[in-house]
Design a protein around this ligand. Structure first.
Ligand code: DER
Length: 255
């Protein structure tokens, strides 16, 4: 199946199933799949009052280029929750935990996702796996530039075989910088366990036996001094949120 048509189908389905044209604030994620979500919203949205909250420069461009009205995350009144947030993912497991950060926008993505009443992950079939780190090998981590050497060392201590600073020679020589002017480290880890695996005795999940459970690893990495945010999104997908996987039509995956 053509990947782009799968992304477009997933985007259309996610909007058809979850977008409410009378919403007031809608979070828009980053990456390529989200472009199809915005395309579908544009086709269905008639309410000019809706404000779209971007998750970085690229996300804001997608909103503006679609003729929709952005509002900066930090312009929102403190007590305002977004009605819904749509975003892509690099991988999604059976519990709808996500690996995010392939596009290096994970920090603002997590801010927006946590501020939304409902978080919809929109992904084509390549992203849906039983466990995280099956197909996508690394966890993206946003770090303060000065902390890179010490965080790399600490990640090895946590069991990452070969954590690497994300650099790019195509668009810019040297380390990639995020919208916060931070760096990204991509850290490989073995496939992550979920709670039922721990209960089934498949490992302790705390790194002591080489296995990690999704939340335990996320907390361990987040605790490292110098880490701004970790590209593991967990517990964001309540029972009413779906990861839409587009393959031969669209399959809705619910937690
Ligand atoms: O960086 C992210 O988390 C993005 O959502 C991204 O990884 C998804 O990108 P894609 O829709 O282009 O695959």
């Amino acid at each position: 199946v053509n990947i782009e048509s799968a992304k477009r189908a997933a985007g259309k389905q996610a909007v058809a199933d979850h977008f409410d044209p009378s919403a007031s604030h809608v979070g828009i994620g980053s990456g390529t799949t989200i472009v199809y979500v915005v395309e579908a919203i544009k086709e269905s949205s008639t309410n000019p009052q809706i404000r779209f909250v971007p998750t970085g420069y690229q996300s804001r461009q997608v909103i503006v280029q679609a003729g929709l009205t952005p509002i900066a995350f930090d312009s929102l009144p403190e007590d305002t929750m977004l009605d819904i947030a749509f975003d892509g993912a690099d991988e999604v497991d059976v519990e709808l935990n996500c690996i995010k950060g392939g596009g290096a926008c994970l920090f603002q993505e997590k801010l927006v996702a946590e501020r939304a009443k409902k978080f919809i992950c929109v992904a084509d079939y390549r992203k849906k796996q039983d466990r995280l780190l099956t197909n996508w090998p690394t966890i993206p981590i946003e770090v303060a530039p000065i902390s890179v050497p010490t965080v790399l060392h600490s990640l090895r201590v946590l069991g990452s075989s070969n954590p690497k600073l994300r650099t790019t020679l195509l668009e810019k020589s040297g380390p990639l910088k995020t919208d916060q002017d931070f760096f990204i480290i991509d850290a490989p880890f073995p496939k992550l366990l979920i709670a039922e695996d721990i209960a089934a005795g498949k490992g302790k999940g705390d790194g002591s036996d080489g296995t990690w459970e999704v939340n335990k690893l996320s907390e361990a990495i987040k605790a490292l001094t110098g880490v701004l945010e970790v590209g593991i999104f967990s517990g964001l997908n309540g029972p009413d949120a779906d990861a839409i996987s587009g393959k031969e039509g669209v399959k809705t995956v619910t937690s």
